[in-house]
Ligand binder design. Structure first.
Ligand SMILES: [Ca+2]
Ligand SMILES: [Ca+2]
Length: 193
């Protein structure tokens, strides 16, 4: 068991070294000298004190987002997020939806934004196209999804200050802004002692 853990540790250090070759070469020389112990540490997110820019993504809550007000149809919005190594947003909870809506209202950006929600595969079965999970029922605006004229199959975040926020199904060809969500960044650090 101890050997397994050690192997895992060595393999994770090796993976990190593939990414940060020159730093690891330096660490390897240090550790070969036998005078130092090196402990690798990987954490979620980017600590504030590092002062690293995460542009074009902005941090809202504990996640990173790219918010575009310039409109695209749903398919083009999906592609556009992929081009920056992100995904059209999938809300994991009502809290996340509300947090982003509050941010947009506060910054005078209340509008309609594409999410990755869709029932294109099966009518009335709305899923997040970015991860295949079902869209939770508490995220919808009142009376939605209504599949109006039997042609609404893509889901937008609809923000109307004073009226309400939530998801609405809409024609996929409609031109909306969109929100991409970045994968959670990880910070690797090494403690030398
Ligand atoms: Ca539909
Ligand atoms: Ca609708």
């Amino acid at each position: 068991m101890k050997g397994d853990a050690l192997n895992k540790g060595i393999s994770s250090i090796y993976k990190m070294c593939l990414k940060y070759t020159s730093m690891c070469a330096f660490l390897a020389i240090l550790s070969l000298s036998g005078a130092y112990k090196i402990t690798p540490n990987v954490i979620e997110g980017v600590p504030g004190f590092l002062n690293i820019t995460t542009a074009p993504f902005i941090k809202i809550g504990s996640n990173y987002y790219f918010i575009e007000t310039k409109g695209l149809n749903w398919f083009a919005a999906f592609e556009s997020c992929k081009q920056i190594q992100a995904d059209l947003i999938a809300f994991e909870s009502l809290e996340e939806l509300q947090l982003i809506s509050q941010y947009l209202i506060y910054n005078n950006m209340a509008a309609y934004y594409w999410t990755s929600g869709t029932d294109l595969a099966k009518q009335d079965k709305h899923v997040w196209f970015s991860n295949g999970q079902p869209v939770a029922s508490d995220l919808w605006r009142k009376g939605e999804p209504n599949n109006e004229n039997n042609e609404e199959h893509c889901d937008e975040l609809k923000i109307e200050p004073g009226v309400g926020v939530g998801l609405n199904d809409r024609r996929c060809s409609y031109i909306d802004g969109y929100i991409c969500k970045a994968p959670q960044p990880k910070t690797a650090s090494f403690i030398v002692w």
